[in-house]
Design a protein. Structure first.
Lengths: 112, 111
């Protein structure tokens, strides 16, 4: 059974204070690992897809990396508008569908 | 390009009633997945449809069902509503599974 664990559950940062969010996963075969951002009352917003260990992707202040067991979302010099819940999900290559397995998320608060 | 749309956005129902939610995927996307999101359980997979066929179903009771039409629009139905069915119901569409795009969700409250 696929499992995704995110840590920490919640993170408070001062504006400009860089940090990382962790996503550990167990999957029989990784087809893709996804990062999403979710604001309260809204649907998840797609950020990145990572396919293989060693891959990195960047978007503005966010950088996602992938190893064989975990992924990190690095946030550099965050701003208050980066406050949101960040979700990690995996797609199993053995699944006969596009079913995502999600972690429970990290709630990020960036204080001015 | 228009995103994933879901209707209605908010719904209040009484225990025992049934409800139908609708999802229109991004144009060209043939796969539609449905998820239930609650504070305690997070996002949980309900089912996925591809070209009108259900390819997979999550661990939910038979009260939860869905279908997909030839234009890729999808509906999900919950019969005999229970208080625990109160949640945000999300649908996502994709072409290849590599990038899945979510709609804004339908907030269902069961009283």
């Amino acid at each position: 059974e696929d499992q995704v664990t995110q840590s920490p559950e919640a993170l408070r940062l001062q504006e400009g204070e860089s940090s990382s969010l962790n996503c550990s996963y167990t999957v029989s075969g990784l087809r893709g690992l996804f990062w999403y951002r979710q604001d309260p009352g809204k649907g998840p917003e797609f950020l990145f897809t990572l396919y293989s260990a060693g891959e990195e992707k960047e978007k503005e202040r966010l950088k996602a990396t992938l190893t064989k067991k975990e992924s990190f979302l690095h946030i550099t010099a965050p701003k208050p508008e980066d406050s949101a819940t960040y979700l990690c999900a995996v797609l199993d290559s053995g699944a006969g569908s596009y079913q995502l397995t999600f972690g429970k998320g990290t709630k990020l608060s960036v204080i001015p | 390009k228009a995103g994933v749309t879901q209707t209605p956005r908010y719904l209040i129902k009484t225990r025992g009633q049934q409800v139908t939610l609708s999802c229109s995927p991004i144009s060209g996307h043939r796969s539609v997945s449905w998820y239930q999101q609650t504070p305690g359980q997070g996002l949980q997979f309900l089912f996925e449809y591809f070209s009108e066929t259900q390819r997979n179903k999550g661990n939910f009771p038979g009260r939860f069902s869905g279908r997909q039409f030839s234009n890729s629009r999808s509906e999900m139905n919950v019969s005999t509503l229970e208080l625990g069915d109160s949640a945000l119901y999300l649908c996502a569409s994709t072409i290849t599974g590599g990038e899945q795009y979510f709609g804004p969700g339908t907030r269902l409250t069961v009283t």
